[in-house]
Design a protein around this ligand. Structure first.
Ligand SMILES: NC(=O)c1ccc[n+]([C@@H]2O[C@H](COP(=O)([O-])OP(=O)(O)OC[C@H]3O[C@@H](n4cnc5c(N)ncnc54)[C@H](OP(=O)(O)O)[C@@H]3O)[C@@H](O)[C@H]2O)c1
Length: 270
């Protein structure tokens, strides 16, 4: 079938990206799946093909921005993209001994979560504008609205893509391109496994994929979940910052000199 809807997803080998690929898989879709782990990508593609979708896999590191832009231009020339989902992401968590995130972690998070998104979209924006058609989704986080004290650079990266996505939304609407920024709360995945402290209202990647899919079908500019966590974060931003900070410190077990013992620590960026 030649008139399939072409859907490009970065970070499609695991977690939310893999669940989204399977959610979109149907006889009318072509999934274009990007990530570093080829074995996992192929397995996701096989699951998509079982639902009669076409599925292509590309092993790429989104921090290699030149190679990524070249690849995306080539893919778009062959299979004009209808929907691009910028999902690939990593986190870094401050160690429980309390020292700052390493410079290596900081660069890895910014390179992946910010430059990775910009380099995914840069080769596509003018093509979508020429075609006056297309949809863009950027996976940010509820952490974009109020910084979690255990992952400063992650929150910075998610706030940055929130601002970028909101700006694109306003700019590209006139060209018939819809842009959605997605703000998940906790979703069970290798990434969220790295967060110490409680993960209230955590949902499965499949449930997250359903919510994102439904929001994108409606072209919603902002897809935020789960209630009541999104409500809680919104309410936090209305409080005086001294009180809001105190609540966040308690939630994440931040104490003088580090993070409360018993909390898991992971200094690695992924
Ligand atoms: N889980 C949550 O609680 C949560 C909450 C809010 C927002 N999010 C966001 O949701 C997105 C997906 O996260 P997840 O929870 O599904 O995490 P995950 O299960 O760890 O999946 C992350 C995906 O990103 C890919 N990736 C990471 N670094 C990459 C790189 N340099 N180049 C190419 N692909 C890369 C990984 O594939 P490879 O390792 O194969 O490259 C994997 O497919 C992220 O943007 C994350 O920030 C997650």
């Amino acid at each position: 079938m030649n008139n399939r809807k072409n859907i490009l997803i970065t970070g499609a080998s695991d977690g939310i990206g893999a669940a989204l690929a399977k959610r979109y898989a149907s006889p009318t879709t072509r999934l274009i799946l990007l990530a570093r782990n080829e074995r996992k990508l192929v397995s996701v593609a096989q699951d998509c093909k079982k639902k009669q979708a076409a599925a292509l896999t590309y092993r790429i590191d989104v921090t290699n921005t030149q190679a990524l832009q070249k690849l995306i231009s080539e893919i778009d020339a062959e299979h004009p993209i209808d929907l691009v989902i910028c999902n690939a992401g990593v986190t870094s968590i401050i160690p429980k001994t309390g020292e700052a995130e390493s410079w290596q972690s900081i660069c890895n998070v910014i390179d992946t979560n910010l430059y990775g998104v910009l380099a995914t979209l840069n080769p596509l924006i003018d093509k979508l504008r020429e075609r006056k058609h297309g949809q863009i989704a950027i996976i940010s986080s509820l952490a974009a609205h109020y910084g979690m004290p255990i992952s400063p650079v992650y929150c910075a990266s998610k706030s940055a893509v929130k601002g970028y996505g909101q700006a694109l939304c306003g700019w590209l609407k006139a060209d018939g391109i819809s842009v959605s920024v997605v703000y998940p709360g906790f979703v069970k995945s290798a990434l969220s496994d790295q967060f110490h402290a409680d993960k209230p209202f955590m949902i499965s990647p499949e449930r997250a994929a359903d919510i994102i899919y439904n929001g994108l079908q409606k072209n919603k500019a902002s897809i935020s979940f789960p209630f009541p966590l999104n409500f809680g974060i919104w309410a936090l931003s209305l409080l005086p910052s001294s009180l809001a900070d105190l609540i966040m410190q308690k939630l994440y077990g931040v104490v003088k000199g580090g993070v409360k013992s018993g909390a898991k620590s992971n200094v690695k960026a992924r």
